[in-house]
Every structure is written in C-alpha cells, then in structure tokens.
Write a new protein. Structure first.
Length: 251
C-alpha cells in the first residue's frame, strides 16, 4: 500500500495509541520465557520512551535493570547491574519507522554491537499486522536469551539472531556497519570483475601476439598469474560464506 507522509504519521499514531499495548500485553501473557525475565528485570511497555513517556514519536519495549552480583572494596561494596534487551520503534520526520534492537548489557561486559537496525525505513502500515509484531516479539525475546547473563537460548534463538547479524546492519562503537552478507557479495563481485577484466586483457594480448608479436611471452605469463591469484581469492571468499552458512544451519 502506497502512503504519503501524513498517512504514515496517522498510521503510526494508530499503532501507538490503539494497537501497541494490547498486542504486546497479549504476547507477554502467552510467553513463559518473557514472564521469567519479567520477574528478574521487570518488562516495560511505553507509548513513548523511557526518557519521555509522552514522546509521540516512540514506542519502547524493554527489560529493566537488575543487580546480579555484589563486589567489596575494603569496607565498601557495590552492586553490579545488568540492563535488559530493548525493542524501540521511532517515527521519522517522513513518517517511516526505524526499529532498533538493543542487547542486554552487564555492567562489566558489553556486547560487540551497540544495537541492530532491525528496520531502517519501515512503512508503519506493517505495524498494523499482528504477524509482523509477533515476529518482532520473538526476535526481542531471542535477543534477550542470547545476550543476558542468565539467558538459555535455544537453537532457534541462536539461528534467529545469527541470521539477523548476517543480513541486518549492526552499529558498533557508534558506527553503522555494512551488513555482512552485502560485504561478502561486494567482495565476490569485485573479484569477479577483476577476473573478467584480466581475462579480457589476456584475450587482447593473444590477438596482438597473433598479429605482430608485440607483447612478450613473459608478460602474458604474468597476467595469467594475476588471474590465478584473483580466482584463488574469490574461492576463499566463497569458502568463507559456505562456512558461515553451515554454522547458521548447525546453531
């Protein structure tokens, strides 16, 4: 469905005001794992965000903080805390929605990624579909299982999050990273072009040699070596992708 900016803003408002709480409360009530985490961390659902519950551009679902250990320093002691995972929806100026997925973070141990960009520009009409929200909820709980100190991720949880880290953009140290799968295909494309160009040069050299023997044999041999090196690099990348895909299947 095509929507203009005003329509998208109205759709997000409908999701925020009429659909969000009832839908996510229903997910929570039917999810035993979410309730176990709720007992330890407390699950929050804000029509807004944790810093401003009146923010009309945000919807925030997150597990709060909990103390997991105390340490002593002489006569003093300190409680170490862990923050739970977060699923955050933010409406942009153009009416599209960015969906952020933040990991659980213990005080003395941080995750590799700051967060995952689940969606960069999601049309808010998708947020009116329960199947889409159900998928977001499953991802949210899987991420909590995979990143919290006391999580017990299933094979499906690990597969789900591994897949996201392969196809979605990660933000690491405040820098947006290109998705791993795009990086793999970019490298393959680059080497394929290199191999193709080298092959074309060899073809021209061969024709030239037939005509006037201008190019010496050693130059042709050197070009052939370059092609073989490019093919070897391409095969290495393909092997790396195959290993990653096999790892995903076994998780």
């Amino acid at each position: 469905m095509n929507t203009n900016r005003i329509e998208r803003i109205k759709l997000f408002k409908k999701f925020r005001d009429e659909i969000f709480l009832s839908t996510f409360n229903d997910f929570h009530e039917k999810d035993e794992r979410a309730e176990q985490f709720n007992k330890a961390y407390s699950l929050h659902k804000f029509r807004g965000d944790r810093s401003n519950k009146l923010n009309e551009r945000s919807v925030d679902v997150f597990f709060g903080n909990r103390a997991y250990e105390t340490i002593t320093r002489g006569s003093e002691w300190k409680a170490l805390t862990e923050s739970g995972a977060t699923l955050l929806y933010k409406r942009n100026d153009d009416g599209y929605v960015t969906v952020f997925l933040y990991p659980a973070n213990p005080e003395n141990q941080s995750q590799k990624e700051d967060f995952i960009l689940l969606h960069k520009r999601l049309n808010p009409n998708e947020l009116l579909r329960k199947s889409v929200l159900s998928n977001h909820w499953k991802i949210f709980i899987s991420y909590m299982e995979c990143t919290s100190l006391d999580g017990s991720p299933t094979s499906m949880d690990k597969l789900r999050i591994s897949y996201l880290k392969l196809v979605k953009q990660l933000v690491i140290k405040n820098k947006v990273q290109q998705s791993r799968i795009k990086s793999y295909f970019f490298e393959i494309f680059k080497f394929v072009l290199t191999v193709g160009l080298s092959g074309f040069i060899i073809y021209l050299v061969t024709l030239s040699q037939k005509d006037d023997n201008v190019i010496e044999n050693k130059e042709s041999i050197e070009l052939q070596k370059n092609i073989e090196q490019d093919i070897h690099k391409t095969n290495s990348i393909l092997d790396s992708i195959n290993v990653n895909l096999k790892n995903l299947k076994t998780k």
